[in-house]
Design a protein around this ligand. Structure first.
Ligand SMILES: [Cu+2]
Length: 184
């Protein structure tokens, strides 16, 4: 392999590493959006996603017919829309995930939640094995990717975790690059 090829491989690996650290945007229901038409299985939709702190969730819908209510687990289970934690009504609502755990949403229009217009966004904590300590991240010659932080008080643990994953991938890429160089 020529040096330029190896450089390209390394660059691609770098890009992959930075991609890991990028905050994602998840549109609820994908192209269908937030609706009761088509019997969309939002549980199934959520199961295919990997939600992380720092990601954004977008609810897109016709504001004449739907809304978005953030509710508790009990309210989610029973489709109780009487006292939501927050209500959004613009038809294009973005929620930034700032903490781990379950985030429950439903449509507050009578009958819609019962018809399946409810979603449980479960944000799983990055495992300890996947996220190296801040010390190892600081020892790395490559600075972690710049991740837009939600707000100062919740930002620090998130940056460490996300930056840590990026740095780990970078380290793997570096090792792969060195291996390629040695075996040329
Ligand atoms: Cu609705």
């Amino acid at each position: 392999m020529a040096f330029t090829e190896k450089a390209v491989v390394f660059l691609l690996m770098m890009m992959a590493a930075f991609h890991v650290s990028q905050a994602a945007v998840h549109k609820v229901g994908d192209s269908s959006g937030w609706t009761i038409i088509g019997n969309i299985d939002y549980k199934k939709w959520a199961a295919t996603k990997n939600f992380q702190v720092g990601d954004s969730i977008i609810f897109e819908y016709n504001a004449k017919f739907h809304n978005v209510m953030r509710v508790t687990h009990a309210m989610y289970k029973s489709c109780n829309a009487s006292s939501p934690l927050t209500t959004m009504t613009t038809g294009n609502d973005t929620i930034k995930i700032t903490n781990y755990g379950h985030h429950f949403f439903l449509c507050g229009i009578p009958g819609h939640c019962q018809a399946g217009q409810k979603v449980d966004i479960n944000v799983v904590k990055v495992s300890a094995a996947a996220a190296p300590t801040p010390t190892s991240a600081m020892a790395s010659p490559v600075p972690p990717a710049n991740v837009p932080a939600p707000s100062p008080n919740v930002a620090s643990p998130f940056i460490v975790a996300k930056g840590g994953v990026g740095v780990l991938t970078l380290a793997i890429a570096l090792v792969a690059f060195l291996t390629l160089s040695t075996h040329a």
